[in-house]
Write a protein that binds this ligand. Structure first.
Ligand code: 13P
Length: 246
């Protein structure tokens, strides 16, 4: 079964560096049996759209506006992303929830907007360290799911990707242990099933590296991985993609 590997380059690269890394991805991933997605920042999307055009790599965005075209200074419309060949849009990443104070209501609007343009939303959910310590991880995740699908009932979604990304595991070098991650995956998939969602893929993200990737993909059963730091080098991302067969 095909797995989905998403590289989230965040705001780590200049446009020149993003272009160089994209070319390196194209030459590194010639024959791939999995689905590979690269999410650069908005400025690099038009350039990477051309670079990835006849490659095995799909393009994703790190965000999208909840609004359609109009007077929304600084926003990027999902329709423009679709026009440039973007297939996926990350929505509700914890860095946006925390640094940009994105609310569940805004996230729900973004899911609706990207879905209307036939982009697949990649909804990120995850608890912080204090919430986990207080035994609230499951209720936090359920709350985020409820909030995200308020404007668009799950049964109306064509397909959705949900990434379990515990905040305390992002960029820390400390990944969630696979057994705990599987428990959270079950909570997510049960919720999605009850909401009537048909096609749901569940990914893990948070300090994914080549040496821990296989533990999430094997018996843990995640449908793929959302990778930050380790996706900033084509070979290190390839080692993660190849870890699947371990
Ligand atoms: P790291 O892989 O750097 O921990 O980042 C994970 C992440 O936030 C991907 O969206």
């Amino acid at each position: 079964m095909k797995k989905l590997f998403i590289a989230n380059w965040k705001m780590q690269l200049t446009p020149t560096e993003a272009e160089k890394l994209a070319r390196s991805f194209v030459s590194t991933f010639k024959n791939v049996s999995n689905e590979l997605v690269v999410c650069p920042d908005f400025l690099s999307i038009a350039t990477l759209s051309k670079i990835f055009k006849s490659s095995a790599i799909s393009l994703g965005a790190q965000d999208a506006s909840a609004f359609e075209r109009g007077a929304y200074t600084g926003e990027v419309a999902a329709s423009d992303l679709a026009y440039l060949g973007v297939k996926y849009a990350i929505v509700g990443h914890s860095e946006r929830r925390n640094c940009m104070e994105e609310s569940d209501k805004l996230i729900a609007g973004k899911i609706k907007a990207v879905t209307a343009e036939k982009l697949t939303p990649v909804l990120c959910v995850g608890e912080n360290a204090a919430e986990r310590k207080q035994g609230k991880a499951a209720s936090v995740i359920r709350g985020q799911l409820r909030g995200a699908f308020k404007s668009l009932p799950g049964k109306n979604l064509r397909s959705i990707v949900i990434a379990y990304e515990p905040i305390w595991a992002i960029g820390t070098g400390v990944n969630c242990d696979p057994l705990t991650a599987v428990r959270m995956k079950t909570i997510i998939s049960d919720w999605c099933q009850r909401a009537g969602m048909k096609k749901t893929s569940i990914l893990y993200g948070g300090s994914v590296k080549a040496d821990n990737a296989a533990s999430f993909l094997g018996t843990a059963g995640f449908d793929g991985l959302l990778v930050g730091g380790a996706s900033l080098d084509a070979q290190s991302f390839k080692n993660i993609v190849n870890a699947k067969s371990n």
